[in-house]
Design a protein around this ligand. Structure first.
Ligand SMILES: [Zn+2]
Length: 274
């Protein structure tokens, strides 16, 4: 007599829920494994509501140039709900992996997620409710800010680039601070990115007077170098219009970053020949 065996359903073990940041950083980690130039160097730990977080950092050691290596810090997602900048950095690092010459003469310090709790919660602010981009050099007790300040201070960057995406803007724009040369880097960066998205031509952007998508002022407490340094690093904040197609924003970030490296290298070469 045949018996019908009960077919047992396989026991499905649901995958451990992963933080969105872990999934994204796994892609960065893989790039570092595959690239001779890219190092995976997370740098600081902090705790939020009993959970531990690490600040991700990748270091791209470009092929050696003629003089001292130029150190640039590139920061994304200090506002947790702007993952576009992180994806732009991944695109940029993929381009560098294919063609390391783009970064000849540079050491790039890449910070893809500067606000890990906000990234996880998809909020502009960190989980403590703070806009971290108003906390810098202001005796902040926010651990992310303290860790990033230490990085900025320790590495004495020649240039600082912040990546943001703005849901109130219909076009590309940016802020310049620090060294006057910043504006001469942002203009060609905007031009290169305009292959993909229009520029914001409004006379007032984010409450500040603007000229052809360039703002010469900024909020207090933004992620930047400590003021008064000589020589001052160049400082650029590059903003994409968040409401536009993500692949175009990603390409715009990449085009802007590649252009800034090319232009700044030329400025440095001219300077050394003077
Ligand atoms: Zn932002």
């Amino acid at each position: 007599m045949r018996t019908i065996e009960k077919i047992q359903a396989p026991i499905l073990v649901p995958p451990t829920p992963k933080r969105a940041s872990e999934l994204l950083l796994a892609s960065f980690d893989q790039l570092a494994v595959d690239s001779d130039y890219l190092l995976n160097k997370p740098f600081g730990q902090f705790e939020s509501n009993g959970e531990n977080y690490t600040m991700p950092r990748y270091i791209f050691l470009g092929p050696q140039g003629g003089g001292d290596a130029i150190r640039i810090g590139i920061f994304a997602t200090i506002h947790g709900d702007e993952p576009e900048g992180s994806l732009g950095l991944f695109r940029f690092l993929s381009a560098l992996k294919a063609n390391p010459e783009i970064a000849r003469g540079y050491i790039l310090f890449i910070y893809p997620i500067c606000n890990p709790t906000g990234f996880e919660d998809n909020t502009r602010h960190s989980r403590t409710g703070k806009d971290l981009n108003r906390e810098f050099w202001n005796n902040s007790t926010e651990p992310e800010v303290q860790l990033l300040q230490t990085e900025i201070w320790t590495h004495a960057f020649d240039g600082i680039i912040n990546l943001h995406s703005d849901n109130t803007s219909e076009g590309l724009y940016g802020f310049v601070n620090g060294e006057v040369l910043s504006e001469n880097l942002l203009e060609p960066a905007l031009r290169a990115a305009e292959q993909f998205l229009p520029r914001n031509e409004q006379r007032v952007i984010d409450g500040f007077p603007a000229q052809r998508g360039i703002v010469y002022d900024c909020y207090n407490g933004v992620l930047r170098a400590l003021s008064g340094l000589t020589p001052a690093p160049f400082e650029i904040t590059f903003e994409t219009p968040q409401g536009t197609a993500l692949p175009l924003q990603v390409e715009a970030f990449n085009a802007a970053l590649e252009t800034i490296l090319t232009e700044y290298r030329q400025f440095m070469a001219i300077g050394q020949n003077l």
